[in-house]
Design a protein around this ligand. Sequence first.
Ligand code: ATP
Ligand code: MG
Length: 271
Amino acid sequence: MTMTGAASDGRPADALIFRLRGVRYLYHGRHLALDGIDLDIYRGEQVALLGANGCGKSTLLKLLDGLLAPSAGSMLAFGEDILPVVAGQEAFRFHREVGLVFQDPDVQLFNATVYDDVAFGPLQLGLSPGEVKIRCDEALALMDATHLAQRAPFELSGGEKKRAAIASVLSLHPEVLLLDEPTAALDPRTKWVLINLIRNLGQSGKTIVTATHDLDIVPIIAHRVVVIGEDRRVLADGHPETILRDHDLLVRANLIHPELHELSFHHVHSP
Ligand SMILES: Nc1ncnc2c1ncn2[C@@H]1O[C@H](COP(=O)(O)OP(=O)(O)OP(=O)(O)O)[C@@H](O)[C@H]1O
Ligand SMILES: [Mg+2]
């Protein structure tokens, strides 16, 4: 998919992966989830998406993944209108390039075994059995989930499910990776593995958008932070250092609570 001309900030137009203008989304035509999102995401960016519960992060990721169509406003992906993708006409081509790890792993895992879930995408791509196996073994190993391959997803723990769900998207080798709270429910070792994986994938040029409540990981996994406010619009967009130092902004966006923050700070730093 290509675009002609140049993007508005001087970067080549084909570097622009997503362009959203005034995007609103209402569930069932009445429950407002996003209220006018303007956002450009460029190839090779690693973006952290922050915001309070219910401000629309997961909804935005589903829009970026072509699962939901904007109720109002416009959205381009790879320079083309997203609507045919949502309608299913271009979905196969689109999902070779864009993969979403859902917040809830139960949505992602629907086969009899973890291996079948991880193999599902590569099989859909029409890869040879040998290539499918290589991709599955690699993705499971990356998520430290090789031992889970023959287990049924429904009998796994929350964190194990999460690892399997992430592996099932990694096996697709998407250019654009959308991660919805990927570190939620992970133990510290697995979290560290995942953070490094995101960092390495970013360094290898992948475009990664991660919704998270885990502020500690943001500077490691992202070069850019987009904060969605409780009014369901972009409240701030900038460097992780600048945003994470802005105490008032973090409080306003309900990303930290002043008293909780003070208490945990003193607890950790008291002699
Ligand atoms: N299937 C649905 N039907 C109706 N309303 C929904 C649905 N899914 C989400 N919503 C509503 O849309 C709004 C945005 O939800 P969303 O899941 O995008 O928030 P979020 O920022 O991801 O929150 P969290 O931090 O809790 O994951 C919320 O008010 C939510 O109640
Ligand atoms: Mg969410």
